[in-house]
Design a protein around this ligand. Structure first.
Ligand code: S3P
Length: 449
């Protein structure tokens, strides 16, 4: 799964108006979870619209290694025949999650809830990311952890015979931490409680309920969520329809807003309110962005996002918005580069522990392309509207969203923008280049990478 050390650079060049209608691949968060829920459900769960990208294929392979039968039956259509809650088997080989934070961390929760041992490995990016945030609650539930200093992978987990159901207050806004505790708690006798001071994406809770768990969510007046899960439910196999990923859609949406004359629609996008912070922010910046054909499918709000080129203006994005657009700051920073005035983004501390240190990767990428910016400890200020943007070479640090964001910058810049590697794009959005080409984007072989 790990990429070779040879990089595949590419330049994006100033492109004509971007026009057309596209569908982006399935939501990454829901795709991972549907495979995992299927693996702990007796009978056949059917999934359509699954994201067939490296991160999710890694989870499919991990669920197979843990004993589930996972089969691809057509494009995006998969079946998972699972083993029931508590039924996963000790894997005969290591679980390799490549670049995938969500796949690895949620599976740690799942494995921790079983009396089995499993070893987790990944690429250089994943091996740098903090896992203590997952391991701390798992240790409290009785899971044995063998990890190198600093709680990084490679690491081995061994779940206890009987897990201790705990009450856990999530110390940072993280759907991965919340989900890992809930997935472990699935096989604990009694009630596992997760207290979430700041709401994060709620796909795990929705799917727990959908598969038949007894789960109760209480939201206090100040927004604190208390999630109570009764352990050892009997899951019923489901038909899961995965909607388009709003995080992937964001690249084309921002491209449509900053490339003059553009008019494009991304169809079938997940509009869960805990995921749509970027769209709210773009509207505040003056974007001509409309949601069309809004509907509900599989318990989630979805719709088509229609954008036209817009004169954007800088805004302040408060810290409280961060969880609902946590993966979208790189592409928002690109939009901000073409807006009039300053865009101030606050509460960005979690960006430092993503696939790369995204705060410094974005700040550096902007600087080498002539966009004035200021990187704070947990903030970024971008001054838009400078002339002659582009011309830089951006190091992507094994981070798909850095690669895609800066290619979009190149489409609206005066000079080409080169990213040092495009292979990582396959972790979340394998047909990104083809879809963008279909809208009118132009790329060129990188000359000086
Ligand atoms: C995800 C949660 C977020 C997000 C990631 C997907 C999930 O991570 O950045 O891309 O599916 O639960 P954190 O939980 O670290 O914020």
């Amino acid at each position: 799964m790990s990429h070779s050390t040879r990089l595949t650079p590419l330049s994006a060049v100033n492109s004509g108006p971007l026009k057309g209608r596209i569908r982006v691949p399935g939501d990454k968060s829901i795709s991972h979870r549907s495979l995992m829920f299927g693996a702990v459900t007796l009978g056949e769960t059917r999934i359509s619209g699954l994201l067939e990208a490296e991160d999710v294929l890694g989870t499919a392979e991990a669920m197979r290694t843990l004993g589930a039968t996972v089969m691809r039956t057509g494009t995006g259509t998969w079946t998972v025949t699972g083993l029931g809650v508590g039924g996963l088997l000790e894997p005969a080989k290591v679980l390799d999650f490549g670049n995938a934070g969500t796949g690895s961390r949620l599976t740690m929760g799942l494995v921790g809830g079983h009396h089995i041992a499993a070893t987790f490995v990944g690429d250089a990016s994943l091996s740098r990311r903090p896992m203590g945030r997952i391991l701390d609650p798992l240790r409290r539930m009785g899971v044995d952890v063998i990890a190198r200093a600093g709680d990084r992978i490679p690491l081995t987990l061994k779940g206890p015979e009987t897990l201790v159901p705990i009450t856990y207050r999530v110390p940072m806004p993280s759907a991965q931490v919340k989900s890992a505790v809930l997935l472990a708690g699935l096989n604990a006798p009694g009630v596992t409680t997760v207290i979430e001071p700041v709401a994060t994406r709620d796909h795990t809770e929705r799917m727990l309920e959908g598969f038949g768990a007894d789960i109760a969510i209480e939201i206090s007046a100040d927004g604190v969520r208390t999630i109570r899960l009764q352990g050892r439910p009997e899951f019923k196999p489901q038909e899961v329809t995965v909607p388009g990923d709003p995080s992937s859609a964001s690249f084309a949406i921002v491209a449509g807003l900053i490339v003059p004359g553009s008019d494009l629609t991304v169809e079938n996008v997940l509009l869960n309110p805990l995921r749509t912070g970027l769209f709210t922010t773009l509207l505040e910046m003056g974007a001509d962005l409309k949601i069309e054909n809004e509907r509900v499918s599989g318990g989630e709000r979805i719709g088509d996002v229609h954008v036209k080129y817009s004169e954007l203006r800088g805004v302040t994005v408060l810290a409280e918005r961060a969880p609902s657009m946590i993966d979208e700051y790189p592409i928002l920073s690109v939009a901000a580069s073409f807006a009039h005035g300053e865009t101030v983004m606050l509460g960005l501390e979690e960006l430092r522990v993503k696939e790369s240190d995204r705060l410094s990767a974005v700040a550096h990428g902007l600087s080498v392309n002539g966009v004035p910016n200021r990187e704070g400890e947990a903030s970024l200020t971008v001054t838009g509207g400078a002339q002659g943007l582009g011309g830089g070479l951006v190091p992507t640090h094994l981070d798909h969203r850095i690669a895609m964001s800066f290619l979009i910058l190149g489409m609206a810049g005066s000079e080409p923008v080169t990213v040092d590697d495009t292979d990582t794009i396959a972790t979340s959005f394998p047909n990104f280049l083809d879809l963008m080409r279909g809208l009118g984007a132009e790329f060129a072989a990188a000359k000086d990478a």
